[in-house]
Design a protein around this ligand. Sequence first.
Ligand code: FES
Length: 145
Amino acid sequence: MYSEKVMDHFTNPRNVGEIEDASGVGTVGNAKCGDIMRIYLDIDEEGIIKDVKFKTFGCGAAVATSSMATELVKGKNINEALKITNKAVMDALDGLPPVKVHCSLLAEEAIHAALWDYAEKNSIVIEGLEKPKSDISEEEPREEY
Ligand code: FES
């Protein structure tokens, strides 16, 4: 049912944790299942994502997609990170079962929410970035991964 890469990132997720004084933090939830994800970005003056961490209270597919998404955005600039879609993350994982595709949206939305937070903190506008609908940054994740 799951690819080897999905199983690898689920059982050994990369970049789990949090970043103190992160440049941007995004927390999003999936209204259907109630799962929650938070992503922390450390962005330097050049706009390069130097570090990224995540915490999630979510299913295995959400853990695997978050893990892969953090690997894909690390070292990228803001505009490159913005282009990393849930499809790109799924492709990098050799696919997800159709019923789990919605889980991959959490990672994409959390990255966008963290970029939005970064833009707000720095009073800048990131071209092409819209405020994520499921941003629930006022709420705390119910449980840490
Ligand atoms: Fe909720 Fe996968 S079932 S994110």
